[in-house]
Design a protein around this ligand. Structure first.
Ligand SMILES: *[C@@H]1O[C@H](CO)[C@@H](O)[C@H](O)[C@H]1NC(C)=O
Length: 271
């Protein structure tokens, strides 16, 4: 709460600075006089493009901000480190990129059909030179992997799906158009599945283009999904009803923030 409030105060100071561009130097000086130019503010100023003005203050007015700059530098470096570690999540090796291929799935009672697209997103162009396709069914997990060295960058594709129910070990697959392939999986027990994956967070799109080709089983599957949706909606409605009796807290919070801001203004005026 306090961090949020302070952040709002800093934001509004910066908004003022950007409105009155020419008086910037005076305002910066005033902020220094009032001891309000802290590490966080400097970092924000730099990210908003006021870095040069700060440098000017140091060179022309020889205002010493070394400790400020040091801590601003530290926090910017921390951001960079975070960016690096984020990057590492996508590239698990110096020189190859790891991508989850995109899949669509359809089913009859007997089979699962999966269209695999080797791309970043469903609507992005597929990689053209995909090779070393490997499809495995191991410990009830479906593993799909392949590689591409398009543009001389080694890209590895890997997706693992813990299948909802058991399937036959031998999985038929063939490369379809450029950068896509189709798997034909045989179910052990002949029935429709509500999901493809055991993992509730896996949300795979349905391959509705096969509705005609597969026919009645896909229609039944579609009804099954509609029923599930209705069921979930009703559940949510009921939850909302029981929640609505205890929902005055956001208003209280706003009053508290407003009060805190007033209090802070008052403090600044008198101390
Ligand atoms: C998938 O395999 C089954 C046999 O298990 C076959 O009857 C069916 O036609 C195949 N589907 C496609 C789209 O290749």
């Amino acid at each position: 709460m306090i961090i949020f409030t302070l952040f709002t105060i800093i934001q509004s100071q910066i908004a003022q600075l950007s409105l009155n561009g020419e008086g910037l130097k005076e305002q910066l000086l005033q902020m220094i006089d009032e001891n309000q130019l802290d590490c966080q503010t400097i970092q924000l100023l730099i990210t908003r493009g006021f870095g040069q003005q700060i440098l000017d203050l140091i060179t022309t007015d020889s205002i010493i901000l070394e400790s400020h700059l040091q801590c601003a530098k530290q926090s910017i470096q921390n951001d960079l480190l975070q960016l690096e570690s984020l990057k590492k999540r996508f590239t698990n090796h110096e020189n190859h990129v790891l991508i989850k291929p995109i899949i669509l799935w359809a089913q009859s009672r007997a089979n699962i059909l999966i269209k695999v697209k080797f791309a970043h997103r469903i609507d992005a162009p597929a990689y053209i030179s995909v090779k070393n396709h490997q499809i495995q069914y191991l410990n009830q997990n479906l593993q799909i992997s392949a590689e591409s060295d398009q543009n001389n960058i080694l890209t590895k594709f890997y997706l693992e799906i813990p299948l909802l129910n058991q399937v036959d070990k031998t999985i038929g697959w063939q490369v379809e158009s450029v950068g896509t392939m189709v798997l034909n999986i045989t179910k052990i027990e002949s029935k429709l599945w509500l999901h493809l994956s055991k993992n509730k967070n896996d949300k795979f799109q349905i391959w509705w283009d096969l509705k005609e080709q597969i026919g009645k089983d896909m229609e039944d599957f579609s009804k099954m999904l509609d029923n599930q949706e209705d069921h979930l909606k009703n559940k949510k409605k009921q939850q909302k009803k029981s929640d609505s009796s205890q929902q005055s807290s956001p208003i209280k919070t706003n009053i508290f923030v407003a009060f805190f801001l007033k209090f802070k203004q008052w403090l600044n005026k008198w101390f």
